[in-house]
Design a protein around this ligand. Sequence first.
Ligand code: 5RP
Ligand code: FE2
Length: 223
Amino acid sequence: MIKLAPSILAADFNVLGKQIKTVEEAGVPYLHIDVMDGNFVPNISFGIPVISSIREKSNLIFDVHLMVNEPERLLEDFKKAGADIITVHAEACTHLHNTIHKIKKLGLKAGVSLNPATGLNVLDYIINDIDMVLIMSVNPGFGGQAFIPSSLDKIRDLKEKAQKAGANIDIEVDGGITPDNVADVLEAGANVIVSGTSIFEGDIAANINRYYEVFRKFEQQHK
Ligand SMILES: O=C(CO)[C@H](O)[C@H](O)COP(=O)(O)O
Ligand SMILES: [Fe+2]
């Protein structure tokens, strides 16, 4: 099943609660929450207090994308704040295997994210231990960037790798996705679609509907 994960990085923080309500009412399953530490990536977004605060108001699945160095230090805190899925960057973890197992032990879903230049080989010995791989289709740190076309080959290769390994993972793709290019991303093998700018800019409900139209068409064609 295809899942849409609106990224609140692109939301208007002045009315964040209201905008989350709007995406929830539009029927999306996930809320994508980008945490940036100003160190792993050159930008700082928001952290634990913001997540705790929106957790009180939302029943969406909180898909927390940690763009943070050595996230192992912070996993309990993110769980307490209300994370359901925690995705860490392979490039940010000295002990990736440990970090993943710590997330699982907390009872959460574990994802591993790869920067555009990172090869799939880092997944070789962990692909059967994780729930999701997040392919970055932009360099992490900022919303509103253009989709990197080589990401499509990477998604296809990942799909094949997961099938070969018998790994039942979600393939999430993040960065520069719009209703105009999302069909290519689905066709390549992704099933979780992150979108910030093209959901929160303009009419949120109408933007989500544009995505759902493409999803419906894709599902129709692949029945
Ligand atoms: O992780 C991210 C950036 O590092 C964001 O999730 C991503 O950029 C989504 O924003 P947009 O859809 O505007 O590209
Ligand atoms: Fe993200």
